[in-house]
Design a protein around this ligand. Structure first.
Ligand SMILES: [Cu+2]
Length: 323
């Protein structure tokens, strides 16, 4: 089995036994015209240089008003997948309470109370939630956009599953991911992210020569990693198998980016050295610097890129080698 996929597969096989039913909710958005056909503005450079192609119609599993009847005190497992190009969902539960048990296919060491949850493009979260709405009410999954709240999924109550709530679920068994080595001696690289609208980038390398931003834009390039507006010929770094890698990602742009690593899961490392949960995507906010670390245990050439495809195709991609 390909290692890059095992996290997702193992979680699939380990649904907690007390779960009454489970559901995959694919969150997406679409840019539609007034007659409900897809807007033909694909490739618009304005989108590429801003937040990416943002839709005006939000769906769950292709449905703009997704619903499923449920029972009070029913326990559900919800696998949330952000399949949108560019939309960052700020999610909240209403009349449902529960725990995040896995992120990006990797179990958390301890289930974490599900409060608000930000899911950037490509990210996944596994939740175990109990319906606490009463008869005649609806449990809801909503997304917040500034002051607006939009319902993504509704769970109308039609009866009672059991008299009382179940106790908190046990953590899922961890996947076999090696522990991080010493960051002091880890192989380190810095990724300087620049470009985009309202950015400070004036020029970048493209096709072996330095090109000004105006000419870059004419060639569909508006972002750069370490001064290169295209996939570099040389890797960002080469790591030995088993070596710990430390990446510093400097977002010198006016936009958040969902930085996605292939072949491995990393941990965000805070300034005090504490490491977060295993992830394969990290939202790096505008003007933010983020440190991540992982053990390079998967031989091959692997992409590191922004998970918003309009940003990736317009310059935000690089690669590293594990040999
Ligand atoms: Cu991006």
């Amino acid at each position: 089995m390909a290692k890059s996929g095992y996290g997702a597969l193992i979680v699939e096989e380990r649904i907690a036994p007390e779960v009454d039913w489970d559901e995959v909710l694919l969150l997406d958005d679409w840019r539609l015209t007034n007659d409900a056909t897809l807007h033909d503005s694909f490739g618009a450079l304005h989108d590429w240089a801003h937040a990416g192609r943002m839709g005006n119609w939000i769906t769950v599993n292709g449905d703009g008003a997704w619903r499923r009847a449920s029972l009070r005190h029913e326990r559900l497992r919800l696998r949330l997948v952000n399949a949108a190009n560019a939309r960052i969902f700020a999610l909240e539960l209403q009349h449902m309470q529960g725990w995040v048990v896995a992120l990006d296919g990797q179990p958390l060491p301890a289930p974490k109370t599900a409060g608000s949850l930000v899911l950037s493009p490509g990210e996944r979260a596994d939740l175990i939630v109990d319906v606490v709405a009463g008869e005649g009410e609806e449990a809801l999954l909503v997304t917040r956009d500034r002051e607006d709240t939009h319902t993504l999924a509704a769970f109308p109550i039609q009866g009672t599953a059991r008299k009382i709530r179940l106790p908190a679920p046990a953590p899922l068994p961890p996947n076999p991911v090696p522990p991080l080595g010493d960051l002091g001696t880890a192989r380190h690289a810095t990724l300087h992210m620049e470009g985009g609208a309202m950015g400070r980038m004036r020029q970048a390398m493209l096709g072996g020569r330095m090109v000004g931003v105006r000419d870059l834009a004419e060639q569909g390039k508006v972002w750069a990693f370490n001064g290169l507006a295209e996939m570099p010929e040389e890797p960002l770094l080469t790591a030995n198998v088993g070596e710990t890698v430390h990446l510093t990602m400097v977002n010198a742009t006016a936009w958040p980016h969902a930085m996605h690593l292939h072949g491995h899961h990393f941990r965000a490392v805070a300034s005090d050295g504490t490491a977060g949960p295993l992830r394969d995507t990290l939202l790096v906010d505008r003007e933010e610097t983020a440190d991540v670390a992982f053990v390079a245990d998967n031989p091959g050439d692997w992409l590191l890129h922004c998970h918003m495809p309009e940003h990736s195709v317009a310059g935000m991609k690089t690669w590293f080698r594990v040999a």
